[in-house]
Design a protein around this ligand. Structure first.
Ligand code: CP
Length: 308
């Protein structure tokens, strides 16, 4: 396998690379059961997290992953940096480059920013979410989580529910699951369904229809992006919950059919999911978080700073 410097999206990965990351995450996860969870793999290496957008899971997960590999971790605090004085991304990265960090984990609201950074640094750049474009480590941890439960993703039926149009998670996870042989459907209001749909994805606009005609094994809920509420993609949050949320009545169907439930977080209780949904016995939400650390350890282990 050719050494790779950056992880920017799912589309550019080979099947061999996907398999390498997913299979190496297994022994990393086994470490979590030990009293000492740390290995010396990246001792002497440095990881910088550069988040221009908020994050709870991804940022802390990378931090824990890097610590468990014995790397030194620095969180670049955008809010208290010269970025607020107008310093550009390129100038910020040039400064960081002079510090000779080995890995830069970046999140930015502008699609393509991680690619731009990757071209101007020898450090390995990992895209932790850029605009609507991609969130590759979320997709990898989702695939890892499903593989743990289903053993083989081939033939699994996964419906992704909610704001597909603005979701980098939907784009990356859908692409990866389809590459691994899953059948993927989207359930969303017309206003939140992308126009450029992949030909192998089926679309639905009602729960009844998707439950009757697609018969999913896995329901993957997306976060309603509250920051877009000014844009009126649906009449109200209450209306959204009624038509597209996992209500307690729909949860009952999931329970009867033993369907798996996933969500990338953060969740909006009472909107896309209820308290009962959060406590559902086949919810994989917490496992997604735990697996995120193992998968990110595997990604850090795989990438080669300075590779061509
Ligand atoms: N899933 C995810 O990206 O969560 P955060 O925004 O908390 O990182």
């Amino acid at each position: 396998m050719k050494p790779r410097k950056d992880l920017l999206d799912i589309a550019s990965l080979t099947d061999e690379e996907i398999e390498f990351v997913l299979s190496n995450a297994v022994p990393f996860k086994d470490l979590f059961k030990r009293s000492v969870k740390k290995v010396p793999t990246l001792r002497g290496r440095s990881v910088l997290t550069l988040f221009y957008e908020p994050s709870t899971r991804t940022r802390s997960s990378f931090e824990v992953a890097a610590n468990r590999l014995s790397a030194d971790v620095t969180n670049f605090d955008v809010e208290s940096s010269s970025v607020v004085k107008g310093e550009s991304v390129v100038d910020t990265v040039e400064t960081l480059e002079a510090m000779r960090v080995d890995y830069i984990v970046v999140r930015h609201k502008q699609s393509g920013t991680p690619n731009l950074i990757a071209r101007s640094t020898r450090a390995s750049v990992i895209n932790a979410g850029d605009g609507w474009h991609a969130h590759p480590t979320q997709a990898l941890l989702d695939a890892f989580t499903l593989r743990e439960k289903l053993k083989d993703i081939r033939g699994a039926r996964v419906v992704i529910v909610g704001d597909i149009q603005h979701s980098r998670v939907a784009r990356s996870t859908s692409l990866l699951l389809r590459r691994l042989g899953a059948q993927v459907a989207y359930l969303a209001p017309g206003s939140l369904m992308p126009r450029d749909l992949p030909p192998d994805v089926t679309t639905f606009h009602s729960w009844d229809d998707v439950l009757t005609n697609f018969r999913p094994d896995v329901v993957y809920l997306l976060r309603v992006q509250m920051e877009r509420q000014g844009e009126q993609f649906f009449p109200s949050l209450g209306e959204y919950h009624k038509l597209f949320g996992l209500t307690d009545a729909r949860l009952q169907v999931l329970r009867e059919r033993k369907l798996w439930l996933m969500h990338p977080g953060p969740v909006n209780r009472g909107v896309e999911i209820t308290d009962a949904g959060m406590n559902y016995e086949r919810s994989l939400i917490n496992e997604q978080v735990e697996n995120g650390i193992a998968v990110r350890m595997s990604v850090l282990y795989w990438l080669r700073p300075g590779a061509e």
